[in-house]
Design a binder for this molecule. Structure first.
Ligand SMILES: Nc1ncnc2c1ncn2[C@@H]1O[C@H](COP(=O)(O)OP(=O)(O)OP(=O)(O)O)[C@@H](O)[C@H]1O
Ligand SMILES: [Mg+2]
Ligand SMILES: [Zn+2]
Length: 328
């Protein structure tokens, strides 16, 4: 796990906690300004802990009677508070702190173990870190349009719009139904056809559904892996482990990384290890299947061709179209 992601995640949880406290405080001020007795009760209730420790300290084993009295008094005050709130049309728990995560009360930990909410935030930042230069926020299914693809048919073949409409539906379905047994996907096609856009949209939905998704361009990913392999990585960061653990891994722009033996065998290992663990990868590339075979050997190509769902993107460069229309 990247240290930076962990720090950011803890910060965010702490912010939630501060926020919950702040809002409870505001509600308290509001109610106290209206109902003076509640202010008194608050003061009495806040003294309970101190009173308890005092009698325990001064009376030791003989404190039981005094403790019972203090607890009874506390309960009575709490009841009175609830009655007053109800009489004044407030919910009974109006003054309670409303934590974002009830399980850990926004501390990030339950019984000394990381709470799900903290893990989720870490995953989010892991992805964002890999992806900081990218546009995960603007690349969603909602901002994907089929209007950029021509509906012209040549003879009996499907139009670009029809093909892309099928791909779009497949991706939406894939993201919505994503689970640990989802298939791997290969997105093929020329530049600017929406491969990155749709793979980020998938990552986004998959994360919203509580899975971890890791997105990286191939050049970035292989550079990190190579640096770490030679001991030049960031301290505490183990990219290979993150890649193997994530529920979904997206490798964008395969083929744009340096062409060397390290990258070729790393890709093979990565594909193999994820297959063995039965975990999906989404790969997108400008290379053709033939080029994949030539570059990464047929050991890689045969796995991809037989086990991956292939999506062939078609059409005219949407980047250029948007540029012309001033839409970028
Ligand atoms: N169908 C679409 N609707 C809206 N925007 C699109 C669509 N397709 C692509 N875009 C936008 O056009 C730009 C290029 O798309 P994208 O980066 O997804 O292409 P790509 O297939 O990944 O290209 P490359 O092979 O060069 O990486 C992006 O800004 C993207 O948001
Ligand atoms: Mg791309
Ligand atoms: Zn929690």
């Amino acid at each position: 796990m990247a240290i930076e992601s962990f720090k950011l995640a803890v910060k965010e949880i702490e912010k939630r906690r501060q926020n919950a406290l702040f809002e409870a405080n505001n509600r308290n001020d509001e109610v106290c300004a209206k109902i003076y007795r509640i202010k008194e009760l608050n003061i009495l209730l806040s003294q309970t802990g101190l009173q308890l420790s005092r009698v325990i300290f001064s009376q030791g084993k003989n404190a039981k009677a005094a403790i019972d009295r203090i607890m009874a008094e506390n309960l009575k005050n709490q009841k009175e508070l609830e009655v007053l709130l109800t009489l004044n049309n407030y919910p009974k728990d109006y003054l309670d702190i409303q934590y974002f995560c009830k399980k850990c009360e926004d501390s990030g930990y339950v019984n000394g173990r990381k709470c799900e909410c903290l893990k989720q935030q870490v995953t989010k930042y892991n992805v964002l870190e890999f992806n900081s230069a990218n546009k995960i926020d603007t690349s969603s299914f909602d901002t994907f349009s089929l209007k950029y693809y021509s509906d012209m048919r040549v003879e009996n073949a499907k139009s670009c719009k029809e093909t892309m409409s099928e791909i779009f539906s497949f991706c939406k379905q894939y993201a919505a139904m994503f689970n640990k047994n989802s298939p791997s996907v290969l997105m093929l096609g020329d530049t600017g056809l929406g491969k990155t856009h749709l793979s980020l949209a998938i990552a986004r939905t998959v994360m919203q559904n509580g899975f971890s998704a890791l997105y990286s361009s191939a050049p970035d990913l292989f550079r990190r892996l190579q640096n770490e392999y030679y001991g030049k990585g960031e301290q505490g960061v183990d990219t290979m482990e993150t890649v193997l653990k994530a529920d979904l891994v997206i490798i964008d722009d395969l083929g744009a990384e340096m062409e060397n033996q390290f990258n070729i065998s790393t890709l093979y290992n990565l594909i193999n290890m994820r297959l063995n663990a039965n975990k999906p990868i989404i790969i997108s590339t400008n290379l053709t299947l033939k080029q994949i075979e030539n570059r990464y050997t047929d050991r890689v190509a045969s796995r991809i061709m037989t086990l991956y769902k292939c999506l062939k993107f078609v059409g005219k460069d949407v980047r250029q179209i948007k540029l012309k229309n001033n839409e970028l």
